[in-house]
Write a protein of this length. Sequence first.
Length: 672
Amino acid sequence: MQYVLKALAGLCLLLFMILSPHPVGAQWRDTIITRELEEVQVSGSKKRSLVASVSPVQVLSGNALQRLNSFSIADAIRYFSGVQLKDYGGIGGLKTVNVRGMGTQHVGVFYDGMQLGNAQNGIVDLGKFSLDNIEEVSLHNSQNPDIFQSAKSFGAASSIYIKALPPTFKDSQSYQVKAAFKTGSFGLINPSIHWQQKLADNIATTISAELINAHGRYKTRYKKWAYDTTIVRQNAGVASQRVELAVQDINKDSATHWKIQGYFYNSERGLPGAIVAERFYNSQRLWDRNFFTQGSLQHRFSPRYRLLLQFKYANDLTRYLDTTIKKIGGAPLHNTYKQQEYYTSLVNEFELKKWWTFSLAADWTLHQMQSNLDDFAYPTRQTKLVAVATELSWEPVTISGNLLGSFINEKVKQGKAADDKQELTPAINLSWMPWEAIPLNFRSFYKRIFRMPTFNDLYYTIVGSATLKPEYSNQYNIGAQYNKYFSPIKLDFNVQADVYINKVQDKIIAIPANNLFRWSMINLGAVEIKGLDVHASYFLTLKEKIVLNGTLNYSYQEAVNKTTGQRSYGNLIPYAPRHSGSATLQVFYRNWGVNYSFIYTGERYMLPENDPQNYLMPWYTHDLSLTKKLVLGKTALVVAAEVNNLFNQYYDVVINYPMPGRNYLIKLSFNL
């Protein structure tokens, strides 16, 4: 295998040198991007022309995204089928997603085309990302079908793409301003501003800033066995600041497109902790500081060749304080973790024939981590990725596939480093539209991928194990998509359904060693996941400016432990419900809008053993909002009032982390 991988890398380098043509001026044709944006949407317009996708994709964009009862990206993703959100409670609580039972670390999160990294634990907190400056959020099972992308984009079991609002100007406008102010339950104060300014005819800059302050206290019900009381969750406050700056070209007809952006996020939050043994107050505090700068340059040299260059630098600092744990000498536990990431990517796409496209991508990433933990390893991970992809399209059939080579090397200053990894993983996708007159598309894919152990898995003091192997997964999917616009009644209707099987080997789990305070990370698990995802949406325009828009999502999933010799063999894995779903209904009349949303998560278990004491009841929430648009001169004003958890249900997404009951939000925004 080692010689095969080296030969693949050499072949890719040789192909790049041979096939890279000399620059030739040409008109820009961005057919790939147009196709991606017009994929299946949770809501859309009557003039939308959907293009069949070779892999399942769900999209929330534009006004539909803003109208949902969602405070952050994590809240919006709850409305996708096949997604389970882990929410540890409170406005500042950690929020992560699990797609099709694969686990949070198998989900790649991309911001404006580049992946958000966290080598420490492999988790991206989606609660840090606001919706105020976001144009689109999309979920791709398998991967983005566009082969003109970085090698890293082929390396996740599923991917979430977040796209920031691009600069848009009308007529002779030189700037656009969007400002908002939110307040409501938990003592929330949340102002934000999004400013777009022309610097030249073809260049614009965007500044986005946001502040969040909230004490985070909320009433909730705690019930365990015969104990039943109402409590107030404490130490859940948050104070955060986010600033983003971007400069980019805005000439859509140019052969060259570029963008440079910077992101800064700073927060201090309390961690309310789990309620254990009737202990209702926790004193842990967490400080996060995240910074990254990234850029991309895309140029079409000729009608048959284009190139994409990307770079990124990220610097993250996390501090954790726990005054209940005393170190030697009486000082409280105060840990710091610092990560740095250096990343660059080169992508080449060649149109060999009108029906045959080929791409070659090479990525290089360096992760470094430091900590004040005793005997910390100070690891450095260098990752080289080479991806070869191709797409062949003969109407009505489209076939695409890729081969990803991964070369990973690690070094540590103390202890033993993990062995070098060299892996070769394939994927293939097929789309077939058998009838020209019927907008019905069949699709299927197979993908093999692996997840590297995180730095915490490998090197965390007295827990990690440098001998861990990656988690390997095989994904199989078959599905269908139907979309049609019925012009007589002005109805846009879309439905899609997918059946899938995921198999995970060498699953990384933690087990207690010689005592309950000393754990070990081992490769022990095997998981088989069988499921069905169904999504339906409609957009109906009635007389007198009445518009109805709705969605319905349902997921059936059976994620079973297949590790031989374990007591939990054949049981559902923790926090994997068989049934889950969501529904939204939006009604618009003139300048008024009403939005209703419903989310359901079925019964599940909190531990691998599906015993009665580990059983968790289903939970569901109803949310309702009312909006009114006003026009004052050249200013468009929107006033919105939301009621979340309308019927005041008490529930836990994660056991012993009770969620808020009924809560309120008022939003005032204007566009100038």
